[in-house]
Design a protein around this ligand. Structure first.
Ligand code: PBG
Length: 323
């Protein structure tokens, strides 16, 4: 019987051998941890569908950020949960808003930790949609003004990066112009360029109290079957001045991540969203899957598909494991 000449198993024989030929390496600096800021003091309220994630008051967020910095995590992205919501999303662009005050507090205590702010209206509107409602639908162009104002107020508070997640047309251009006019030409925009209307945002909407009160987001977020449209969205955002782009969710859209990586030469982020996290946690808690291995395999897969960095609720446990 002839022996196989090629034996790929030779290079898998031990952990040291596997480490030598490993193609994709994860580092704590690749992760951005999403955090949910609430009004009040001493609040650390666990989100039931996202074990290990909390709604946090400002001083608790600062503690969390100190831990992230110590673990070498790349940064945090902030979502605000205001006490007061209205038709105009006024809390989104208020200099005394929850995100603005949180950014200032983090920058006072942990100045070197990168702070990204999510720029969107849905947590601040009484109806939970991402902009102004006119005739039952989100009005694109009125909403742009709110988004630009929110981005400027985040920059004024000290945000390092602003990340619009609303999917209005022209929002990157509006935000870029707003930032430049307000004296923040150096603040980069990470655009959620290819953001799909996904069922996997479910647990986040509980966390951020931002579920739409009527209808859904399909008139502005992308239709899951489309890939070429994602490339068009990314190209438009880059023309409008985006510095970095994002694909969201991550695991069901690994093909989109790879396509984007092959076509565009800017830093690419992927968001492993709440539902992706919660599915792994739920299966692990049932004893159906190994939590740590599922966490690391999902993250390395997203990185291998082409993401340069990953927004993930696993940032802390994964960073701890990577040591
Ligand atoms: C705000 C926003 C959402 C997420 C990030 N920014 C929710 C949505 O679009 O409904 C989802 C993140 C996650 O599920 O982890 N527009």
């Amino acid at each position: 019987m002839p022996f196989p000449i090629q034996r790929p198993r030779r290079l898998r024989s031990s952990e040291s051998m596997r480490r030598l030929v490993r193609e994709t390496i994860l580092e704590p600096a690749d992760f951005i941890l999403p955090l949910f800021a609430v009004e009040g003091e001493g609040i650390r309220k666990e989100i039931s569908s996202m074990p290990g994630n909390y709604q946090l008051s400002i001083e608790e967020i600062v503690k969390e950020c100190e831990e992230c910095a110590a673990l070498g995590i790349g940064g945090v992205i902030l979502f605000g949960i205001p006490d007061h919501k209205d038709e105009e999303a006024s809390g989104a662009y208020d200099d005394e808003g929850i995100v603005q005050r949180t950014v200032r507090a983090i920058k006072r205590s942990v100045p070197n930790l990168l702070v990204v702010t999510d720029v969107c209206n849905c947590e601040y509107t009484s109806h939970g949609h991402c902009g102004k409602i006119v005739d039952g639908d989100v009005d694109n162009d009125i909403s742009l003004g709110w988004l630009a104002a929110a981005a400027v107020s985040h920059a004024r508070a000290g945000a390092d990066i602003v990340a619009p997640s609303d999917m209005m047309d022209g929002r990157v251009g509006a935000i870029r112009a707003g930032l430049d006019q307000a004296g923040f030409p150096k603040v980069p925009i990470l655009s959620y360029a290819a953001k799909y209307a996904s069922v996997f945002y479910g647990p986040f909407r509980e966390a951020a109290e931002s579920a739409p009160q009527f209808g859904d987001r399909r008139s502005y977020q992308m239709d899951p079957p489309n890939a070429l449209e994602a490339m068009r969205e990314i190209a438009l955002d880059l023309e409008e001045g985006a510095d970095m782009i994002m694909v969201k969710p991550a695991m069901p859209y690994l093909d989109i991540i790879r396509m984007a990586k092959d076509r565009f030469d800017v830093p690419l982020a992927a968001y492993q969203v709440s539902g992706e996290f919660s599915m792994i946690m739920a299966a692990a808690r049932n004893g159906w899957i190994d939590e740590q291995r599922a966490m690391m395999e999902s993250l390395v897969g997203i990185r291998r598909a082409g993401a340069d960095f990953i927004l993930t609720y696993f940032a802390k446990p994964a960073a701890r494991l990577l040591g």
